[in-house]
Design a protein around this ligand. Structure first.
Ligand code: HAM
Length: 419
């Protein structure tokens, strides 16, 4: 029986996982600089949560959700809805008027797998709940830009405003009139969307549709006074923080909950999967899900896409996860080395050891492959004389170590190796 992982589901193997850890470490560091706290959420939620939050007529809800039909539960396709469910359920708005939360983990969408698009993928998701200040929008984008810049990635930021329930209906009417004349030229999806969700026609990737909407009216010309003021506040904030951006009037986003500011971090280096992260404001959503009337804004970065970009840059991987390799030859040495390795690990050192009885040559090769900077060679004769040899793999220099009891030997080795 040869069972393989499901299509679109991927193992993250040693060698690559170090990049993920580095990415996650840097993100945690930056989220802490901006005073975000972590929240961990379940993977399975009631299907209704996503239908109501993301919208019935979105691709995610219509085609991509992993739903257990008999149980009415769904594996989360994104984190925002789950995070808001938890925020409402635990009354987090009472604890703090403005909550800054982040979560990192796998999401599930039944999309056609390709480079940078998986069925199980990972997001680093951040949300600020409780503020309408345009400065928060600017700060969120600045934080995303900082993270990407510190990873050494050059990514552009595109932004739009989707208005609010006051101004969007007026825009919808003029968009519908515009699309009416072009209905026949649209793709089948957009023919349907122009009835159910006409804004989505604006960001269809089909070249024919793109051509049709080139002259489409822009939401930015239809914003009500409050939304226009808010959007200009966001732009001023970005300028003040020195974050570069461009306006993209076609950006609609694939989830229905957005109001006002929406944004995407875009790369030219991943083919069709250009967005490495995206988000926006959703001022009515918490209330719509049965919570208090609290505004919110957030974004999520796609980790697979970031890792691909880092790999493309041939980012330097941390070579070694090991401080010392213990090479023991013979039964007595292995016996001694086994306990010594444990003592060193207890003291915090990263130690590898061969327990398969390989030759010295085989063990040195293994130590090299692991990138161990030092090898402690425990030979049978040397051990009988109370000695061992420590080799520095970079300089090839060797030094004799006088073996004492295990605890004292641990201290000697730690001292030499950490010099
Ligand atoms: P989204 O645009 O659906 O937004 O996803 C955010 C990011 O997740 C994308 O830009 C992409 O990098 C990554 N991503 C999405 N689908 C896949 C996939 N199938 N394979 C690999 N990566 C993928 C959201 O999910 C919103 N919840 C973001 C948000 C947070 N808005 C407000 N707060």
């Amino acid at each position: 029986m040869n069972i393989k992982a499901l299509n679109g589901f991927k193992d993250i193997l040693p060698g690559e996982v170090e990049l993920w850890q580095r990415l996650e470490g840097l993100a945690r560091d930056i989220f802490a600089r901006f005073n975000f706290s972590e929240i961990r959420l379940p993977i399975l939620e009631k299907t209704d949560l996503f239908t109501r939050a993301i919208g019935e007529a979105t691709d995610i809800v219509e085609k991509e959700m992993y739903t257990f039909v008999d149980k009415q539960v769904t594996m989360r396709p994104e984190a925002t809805a789950s995070l808001l469910r938890a925020y409402i359920e635990h009354g987090l708005h009472v604890q703090k008027p403005v909550q800054r939360l982040f979560t990192i983990g796998p999401m599930f969408r039944h999309e056609r797998p390709q480079k940078g698009r998986l069925r199980q993928f990972h997001q680093m998701d951040v949300e600020v709940l409780g503020s309408t200040s345009p400065r928060i929008d600017a700060e969120m984008m600045a934080m995303g830009a900082m993270l990407l810049a510190e990873m050494g990635l050059s990514v552009s930021l595109e932004m739009n405003s989707l208005g609010c329930p006051v101004c969007r209906p007026g825009f919808r009417v003029s968009l519908l009139a515009f699309l009416d004349d072009r209905h026949q030229a649209l793709c089948d999806d957009c023919k349907r969307r122009s009835v159910t969700n006409p804004l989505r026609v604006l960001d269809c990737k089909n070249p024919r549709c793109r051509e049709q909407v080139l002259e489409a009216p822009s939401l930015l010309d239809h914003l009500c006074g409050d939304c226009a003021d808010h959007f200009s506040g966001v732009q001023k904030g970005l300028e003040q923080l020195g974050v570069r951006y461009s306006l993209n009037k076609f950006m609609v986003r694939g989830l229905d909950y957005y109001t006002r500011t929406t944004f995407e971090f875009i790369t030219g280096d991943l083919g069709a999967q250009a967005a490495v992260g995206a988000g926006g404001r959703y001022d009515g959503l918490i209330e719509q899900l049965g919570g208090p009337s609290v505004p919110g804004i957030g974004f999520a970065l796609g980790m697979e896409r970031l890792v691909l970009l880092l790999q493309q840059k041939e980012a330097e991987l941390p070579v070694s996860g090991v401080d010392l390799f213990v090479a023991a030859l013979g039964t007595q040495s292995t016996h001694f080395g086994f306990a010594l390795a444990h003592g060193l690990r207890t003291s915090g050192m990263r130690v590898a050891m061969d327990l398969e009885g390989r030759s010295l040559k085989g063990q040195m090769k293994l130590a090299g492959r692991l990138g161990a900077p030092h090898v402690l060679i425990l030979g049978e004769n040397e051990l009988a004389e109370g000695k061992a040899v420590l080799r520095n793999m970079a300089t090839q220099q060797q030094q004799e170590i006088v073996l004492q009891d295990e605890a004292a030997t641990v201290q000697i080795l730690i001292k030499i190796i950490s010099l």
